[in-house]
Write a protein that binds this ligand. Structure first.
Ligand code: PEP
Length: 272
């Protein structure tokens, strides 16, 4: 059985480096005996060098560095050039990041929408970002998810289009490096209800089918499909046992040392 992966999306949190360091060292303390779980921390860009250096430099962290990796929350699809304010995949790899969240719904949805969008990123841009990540040696975490579930099940087609367009032109040999995070937008953030493990499991099967039709069953055997959307220490076990989730992408719970440590512990004991 492959390891579960837990990817902490800190979003634009915490407010300062001191708090970020506190959060990071709290997480480090809780992972000393994990064996079956990989942890990826995705802080804001500005904190990335601190954590990649911290993992590399301290003697006792060398063992831990095998269990914890650093990821970015986004990247730009060109490798260098006149793109004010952007950060490229090679830059991220160079400072020690190994993963990148790509196509999060908070970037996909239109700016100022009720769904919390900031950019209005398209499947085409996301596709270019996935390719840039793979070129640079970063593992992309592709977020997909419908804004709402309609009675006619149109949302299934919506997910299919997202996956097909975002992964267009990706080689068969690279697909196992892409982690697909199913994050229904209606399940994200304060007051939202998480998907049920059954809803996730159905979607996992559906996503695997889309991937195997596109890339061939042999090439997707190692592909991981994870869940995000109001994940916490109370629901994570049922997503592993009933939802067969290969891992998680928690937002709010990743900012709470106690909850996040508990999520790790549950993944470690439930994954057998
Ligand atoms: C997210 O935005 O990726 C997310 C899953 O957030 P939360 O866990 O806070 O719902």
């Amino acid at each position: 059985m492959s390891k579960s992966i837990i990817i902490a999306n800190w979003k634009m949190n915490p407010e300062n480096l001191k708090e970020a360091e506190r959060l990071f060292s709290g997480i480090i303390k809780s992972i000393s005996d994990i064996k079956k779980t990989e942890i990826v921390i995705c802080p804001p860009f500005i904190f990335l060098p601190y954590f990649t250096k911290a993992i590399k430099s301290e003697e006792k962290l060398i063992k831990i560095s095998k269990k914890i990796k650093i990821g970015a929350q986004d990247l730009f699809f060109e490798d260098s050039g006149a793109y004010t304010g952007e950060i490229s995949a090679p830059m991220l790899y160079d400072i020690g990041a190994r993963y990148a969240i790509i196509g999060h719904s908070e970037r996909r949805n239109p700016p100022f929408s009720s769904l919390g969008g900031t950019i209005g990123e398209t499947n085409l841009e996301i596709n270019k970002k996935i390719k840039a990540a793979l070129r640079a040696g970063l593992q992309p975490i592709l977020c997909v998810g419908e804004n709402l579930r309609d009675e006619n099940h149109e949302y299934l087609n919506f997910i299919k289009i997202q996956i097909e367009e975002c992964l267009d032109g990706i080689s068969k040999n690279s697909i196992s490096k892409v982690i697909v995070a199913y994050e229904p937008v209606w399940a994200i953030g304060n007051g939202a209800r998480p998907a049920t493990p059954e809803e996730f499991y159905e979607m996992k099967i559906f996503i695997r089918k889309i991937l195997s039709d596109k890339f061939g069953v042999k090439f997707i055997s190692g592909a991981r499909i994870i869940y995000g959307g109001s994940v916490d220490d109370k629901n994570v076990e049922s997503f592993i046992k009933e939802g067969k989730a290969d891992g998680f992408l928690p937002g709010r719970a990743s900012l709470d040392i106690k909850k996040f440590s508990q999520i790790i512990k549950i993944c470690e004991t439930s994954n057998n």
